[in-house]
Write a protein that binds this ligand. Sequence first.
Ligand SMILES: NC(=O)C1=CN([C@@H]2O[C@H](COP(=O)(O)OP(=O)(O)OC[C@H]3O[C@@H](n4cnc5c(N)ncnc54)[C@H](OP(=O)(O)O)[C@@H]3O)[C@@H](O)[C@H]2O)C=CC1
Ligand SMILES: Nc1nc(O)c(N)c(N[C@@H]2O[C@H](COP(=O)(O)O)[C@@H](O)[C@H]2O)n1
Length: 259
Amino acid sequence: MEQLFPPVFLLRTLLPGHNQFAPGPPVALYDKRSDTNDQYKIPTPTSPDPAKPYVTLTFAQSLDAKIAGVGGKQLTLSGKDSMVMTHWMRTMHDAIMIGIGTALNDNPQLNTRHLPALSGSKYHLPRPIILDSSLRLPLDCKLIQNYKEGRGRRPWVIGQVSENSDWVTRKQALEAAGARVIEVKGENGRISIPVLLTTLRTLGIRSLMVEGGAQVIRSFFAEANSVNTIIVTVAPTFVGNDGVGYGDDLVSTAGCAVV
Ligand SMILES: NC(=O)C1=CN([C@@H]2O[C@H](COP(=O)(O)OP(=O)(O)OC[C@H]3O[C@@H](n4cnc5c(N)ncnc54)[C@H](OP(=O)(O)O)[C@@H]3O)[C@@H](O)[C@H]2O)C=CC1
Ligand SMILES: Nc1nc(O)c(N)c(N[C@@H]2O[C@H](COP(=O)(O)O)[C@@H](O)[C@H]2O)n1
């Protein structure tokens, strides 16, 4: 990929007055990894709707709006500074969410390892949440391994309610491996975003950073009033038509205003 000019950050705020990402250094926080309580005292964006978490949708894309290469190949689109910004934003949210497509493709860690080391303190780690209707998350994925080894928080897997015996077996296996499975109602074969958001809020999640991938980004764009802030890193490169995009016809359906 040819780099034409330094990466640019685009910061778009959907709701005037709700840009709660004022520049500042990453905040040093206590290392609270207890899994019994999500009401952390971390500084986090406040949702204008008390029934839902504050939602930050953030991802990196090329100039031609691709977020991955051919066949889903993971691309390093963010530069170093942008990656630090992303990891800093992770410290500001109670939870971080991806779809099962990203979990299977990237096997991500969703931690804060690109931030400078702190002496005597650790950064807040967001709780990983995976949208995974049929519970396909591998038991040996990094998110579960990191939790088991004390280097990450317990992953929450959001599945669609099912009485299918394979599903029940998968649920038991995931829970035995350390994940928590949360059952959410489906809508047109997908996990309903509004139901998901209210469920997460009742479970103590005040702020949610949605990182992708393509289908998840598309779902959040398509669901009116589901996103408070969008932060997109645009890399100065073209991936081409065969790359993975999230669709360029959706912003107008979300009823959002770019300010
Ligand atoms: N550049 C960037 O910033 C990022 C890039 N990526 C890239 O994105 C690609 C993965 O994207 P993609 O394959 O689209 O997978 P996603 O991560 O978007 O996961 C999609 C899957 O999530 C499940 N799902 C459940 N409910 C919903 C819902 N309401 N809306 C959407 N999905 C739902 C579905 O599986 P099921 O039916 O089984 O539940 C669906 O197939 C990878 O190549 C990865 O590298 C990912 C994140 C960030
Ligand atoms: N901000 C950003 N820039 C890129 O260039 C990316 N490829 C991604 N990808 C997202 O980050 C996840 C990987 O996280 P870890 O490095 O494992 O912590 C990946 O799964 C995508 O969600 N993001």
